[in-house]
Design a binder for this molecule. Structure first.
Ligand code: NAG
Length: 476
């Protein structure tokens, strides 16, 4: 092996061995490049630009292999053989406290009835039967759960995210059109879709918006597995338009760029309807991202430490307001691993956000991070919506000096209701948190999600969906 190649391989290993068990994702996905000569823990990533739907099959192969390890990003790693959830305990921890092992029985690891179809006679024509820690107490701390999904002909599992899990799904019977949308990027929000038949397997990466639709004339049954004992589900339409209490119509009308009358129509329609914790821990003082390297790993390979300079850890200009001359009247200035290569493997990043009066940071999620934010100047109405089925809206009016937290993967927004500019600083628990702006990802993906699917998901006319897609199309 040429010395240069060996060096590349060693650098790649240094940054990838940091993941003792399964690595936490540092980007939307990292499709295994089986042709690469570089040896790392897992596989190096393919260039995302050349990922085709064929390659999605490679992705699922890689993830199937990874799925055999139970220590997952967002769930605690087990510190003993098992820790069966004690539902009667009043003590609250992350997950559940353990039952006395002496009274644990085989039944604690057992669930019966996944052979039974859920009732699909509802507005969307699908039904998810979940087997997570709430139904199967033995799953506590084990980082995995399962679902059976039934779809009537033309049945839809509407666009949703799992804030704490990747999902892998196989079709047992029938057929399924599946898809997921990547987080915001210069290339827009890319839609990956695939028509699945019996025996096919597909992967939906952690935190990304995805859906399944049965386009056939027969019913479909699928089995999915999720990399969390309690993955959570956020159905976009419900969380955005059906939260309790509702998100202000000022915020939503602006986010979806609709005239108020048009917006009320959607709201009325909806009223009768349903809506990653740690980056890898480092094995050295730092692993400054080498942006020149052609080797793709989870995150970036490390620069030669001797070539690292203080500038690799710094960025200037955070005192300058971003350009708020856009339809929402806000601007996010990021300081993540792209701007500060020294953040690689360190699990944190920062943003400066500017808002003009009535400026809105529209409803979005960060698939890989919790966000903590403080108002430096001005005022801010902030909120987040919990996952299904409650979809509770937590809002708070913040003034200068106030701090607020948006938990990982949940839909949230910030709105400046005042007459003066607002400026906030946020920190996120990932070197590359990713952002999924709901309206862009759902109505502006490339290629677009079928209007039949969206009309069903939002329980509105296809014409309205076509209009919304025209508003959010990247071609505009
Ligand atoms: C799903 O099916 C179960 C079992 O048939 C039923 O109790 C439940 O109400 C159904 N859920 C929906 C949303 O239709």
């Amino acid at each position: 092996m040429a010395a240069k190649m060996l060096l590349l391989a060693l650098l790649a290993m240094a940054s990838s061995l940091a993941m003792a068990s399964d690595p936490s994702p540092l980007q939307d996905f990292c499709v295994a490049d089986k042709d690469s000569k570089v040896l790392v823990n897992g596989f190096v990533c393919k260039d995302p630009k050349v990922i085709t739907q064929m390659a999605a099959k490679m992705l699922l192969l890689a993830l199937l292999a990874m799925a055999s390890s139970l220590a997952m990003a967002s769930d605690p790693s087990p510190l003993q053989d098992f820790c069966v959830a004690d539902k009667d305990s009043k003590v609250r921890v992350n997950g559940f406290v353990c039952k006395d092992p002496k009274v644990v029985k085989a039944e604690d690891f057992f669930f019966r009835g996944l052979d039974k179809a859920g009732d699909t006679v509802n507005k969307v024509g699908s039904n998810v039967t979940a087997v997570n820690v709430n139904q199967l107490v033995g799953l506590n701390t084990l980082g995995i759960s399962m679902v059976r999904i039934d779809y009537a002909p033309r049945g839809l599992n509407a666009p949703h995210t799992h804030p704490r899990a990747t999902e892998i799904l196989t079709v047992i019977e029938g057929q399924l059109l599946v898809g997921f949308v990547t987080s915001n990027s210069d290339d827009g929000n890319r839609l990956f879709t695939k028509m699945l038949k019996k025996g096919d397997v597909f992967v939906f990466p952690e935190g990304l918006i995805h859906f399944q639709f049965n386009p056939g004339h027969t019913k479909t049954v699928a089995i999915g597995a999720l990399s969390s004992q309690n993955p959570g589900t956020i159905t976009i339409a419900n969380a955005v338009f059906g939260s309790k209490p509702p998100i202000s119509d000022d915020v939503l009308a602006k986010a979806f760029q609709m005239a108020t009358e048009m917006f009320l129509l959607v709201l009325l329609a909806m009223a009768s309807s349903l809506a990653m914790a740690s980056d890898p821990s480092q094995l050295q003082d730092f692993c400054v991202a080498d942006m020149e390297s052609k080797v793709r790993v989870n995150g970036f390979v490390c620069k030669d430490p001797m070539a690292v300079k203080a500038d690799d850890f710094s960025l200037s200009g955070f005192d300058m307001p971003g350009d708020t001359g856009n339809k929402f009247g806000f601007n996010v200035t990021p300081a993540n691993v792209i701007q500060i290569p020294g953040l690689n493997t360190l699990g944190i990043s920062m943003v400066r956000i500017d808002y003009i009066p009535k400026g809105l940071n529209p409803p979005h999620t960060h698939p890989r991070a919790t966000e903590i934010l403080t108002v430096i100047e001005g005022q801010l109405l902030v909120g987040f919506v919990t996952s299904n089925t409650d979809n509770r809206l937590f809002t708070k009016m913040l003034k200068k000096g106030d701090v607020f937290v948006f938990p990982q993967g949940l839909i949230h927004f910030q709105f400046n209701p005042g007459y003066t500019n607002t400026f906030a600083i946020g920190a996120l628990s990932s070197q590359n948190p990713g952002t999924i702006t709901i309206a862009d990802a759902v109505f502006g993906s490339n290629p677009p999600i079928s209007d039949e699917i969206l009309a069903k998901a939002f329980q509105v006319d296809k014409k309205l969906i076509d209009w919304l897609q025209a508003q959010f199309s990247k071609k505009n």
